[in-house]
Design a binder for this molecule. Structure first.
Ligand code: F0G
Length: 454
């Protein structure tokens, strides 16, 4: 199947650096085999993340120039606030410099030591910010997410039966439930509004608020529309709103479906809580009407949030990940199915079954991909999640090929699929990796590694 017609064309381009294998080998040694440490100007195709890496539109750049940089109550803030209100239906809006600041500010207000936070699957910074409060996360992914090969449509759902059990067993120790849409760490899979509604009903019985981690809310809506025949004619905005309507609040990294390079927000309904959050925001991020952002950022995000909801944009975006998914499958690379939104996830445990989780199969694949092709991807497995305190249930060994928004063409994706196909053919030769430096829940950002001796 072809990728749908890109509903945009290039006006400005950047050259792609090309390196030799010997140069890449030296770069890997220099970086301690940690791809976060590679100089970006030596990376040919950068699929490390879809966060803050998108191409802004001419409208976004134009609005950015018009950004009003007043310290307080700038019109750019009004546009940002009104856009967030209209999408989420939540009145109390706080701008922050990125998603994790929203996490910190919310959790400092409502999470205390010994608490337990259930989630469909919390992303690494969400988990870390909860653990920093002395609390822990319980991931409750839907049972269908356990089989990487199944094409179950809503693997991003939360397991409702287990949610009920956890709430019953931990009365007064659960300050909130976090629903991450799409489920990033779980493979970029969507959560259906009906699942959010059912989770909401359970939480209400226990008096527990529900928060949406909305980083990829528009992609989630598009995937729901694609996979639920009853919603084929629905608008992304309506489906997204159905999920927000189930929640007491939302956290968002606007570096994803805000198609911005920086920024985020926290939105809640409760005015008393809002007063508390506002104090923390002013003390640690910035005044209520800019958070950690410039007026130009507020403008770019306000426009980007709307562009991310456009059906033609979303059709092309989902088409890209489907295309890469199909090419990889054809090349014999095991991938998590069905194709999700922002990324394609390679099943490294399936690709390199000779490596146990502690031997970091995902890192082995990601390092090899850079070595042979200059492509940077991201391990999402034992290296990323093995250093935290919370139990990591149903954990997988994945390599994420994240797709920056509106940046790469099909030909770039074909090149990536071809390189991974070559790795798959010779997967038994992939070495184990061991950590020589770096610990804790965020060790994957800073660790140094080495290939283990055979
Ligand atoms: N929630 C989710 C689901 C995320 O994917 C991220 C970031 C955050 C929260 C934190 O937002 O980066 O703006 O502070 N994910 C990026 C990624 C880093 O590569 O997936 P942030």
């Amino acid at each position: 199947m072809h990728v749908p017609f890109p509903p945009f064309k290039a006006k400005v381009v950047e050259p792609i650096p090309v390196t030799t294998r010997a140069q890449r080998e030296a770069l890997l040694v220099e970086a301690g085999y940690n791809l976060f440490r590679l100089p970006a100007d030596r990376v040919s195709i950068d699929l490390l993340t879809d966060s803050g890496t998108g191409a802004m539109s001419a409208v976004q750049w134009g609005r950015a120039v018009q950004g009003d940089e007043a310290y307080a109550c700038s019109p750019s803030w009004n546009r940002f606030r009104d856009t967030v209100r209209s999408i989420t239906g939540m009145d109390e809006v706080f701008p922050v410099h990125q998603g994790r600041a929203a996490e910190r500010i919310l959790f400092e207000a409502i999470v205390k030591a010994g608490d337990v936070v259930p989630s469909n699957t919390a992303f690494d910074t969400t988990r870390a910010n909860i653990e920093r409060r002395g609390a822990s996360v319980i991931d409750l992914p839907h049972p269908s997410a356990a089989d990487p090969r199944s094409d179950a449509p809503f693997k991003g759902d939360i397991d409702l039966g287990r949610l009920e059990q956890v709430l019953a067993a931990n009365r007064s120790r659960v300050p909130l439930v976090v629903l991450t849409v799409t489920n990033n760490a779980g493979g970029g899979q969507p959560l259906h509004p009906e699942n959010a509604k059912a989770a909401r009903a359970i939480c209400q019985r226990y008096g527990v608020p529900v928060y949406i981690d909305a980083a990829r809310f528009a992609e989630n809506a598009a995937l729901v529309i694609e996979r639920d025949p009853q919603l084929h004619d629905a608008q992304p905005r309506t489906v997204a709103r159905a999920i927000f309507d189930c929640a007491d609040g939302a956290l968002m990294s606007c570096k994803k479906d805000g198609i911005a390079h920086i920024g985020g927000f926290l939105a809640v309904r409760d005015q008393a809580l809002a007063a508390q959050l506002g104090e923390n925001l002013i003390a640690t991020e910035g005044f209520l009407t800019y958070g950690g952002l410039a007026g130009r950022d507020l403008e770019a995000i306000a426009a980007g949030l709307e562009e991310a909801l456009e059906p033609a944009y979303l059709a092309h975006r989902l088409g890209q990940s489907r295309h890469l998914h199909q090419r990889l499958t054809a090349a014999g690379v095991p991938v998590i199915g069905p194709p999700g939104g922002h990324a394609v996830f390679v099943d490294a445990a399936g690709l390199a079954p000779h490596l146990a989780p502690a031997q970091l199969p995902g890192q082995a694949v990601a390092v090899e991909l850079f070595r042979i092709a200059g492509v940077r991807a991201c391990e999402i497995g034992t290296l990323m999640f093995g250093g935290g305190a919370s139990a990591r249930e149903g954990g997988k060994e994945l390599v994420r090929l994240a797709l920056p928004r509106r940046v790469y063409e099909s030909a770039h994706l074909d090149y990536v699929a071809d390189a991974l196909g070559r790795i798959a053919k010779n997967a038994a030769a992939l070495p184990a990796y061991e950590i020589v430096e770096g610990a804790g829940p965020l060790r994957h950002f800073v660790a140094k590694l080495r290939p283990a001796a055979r």
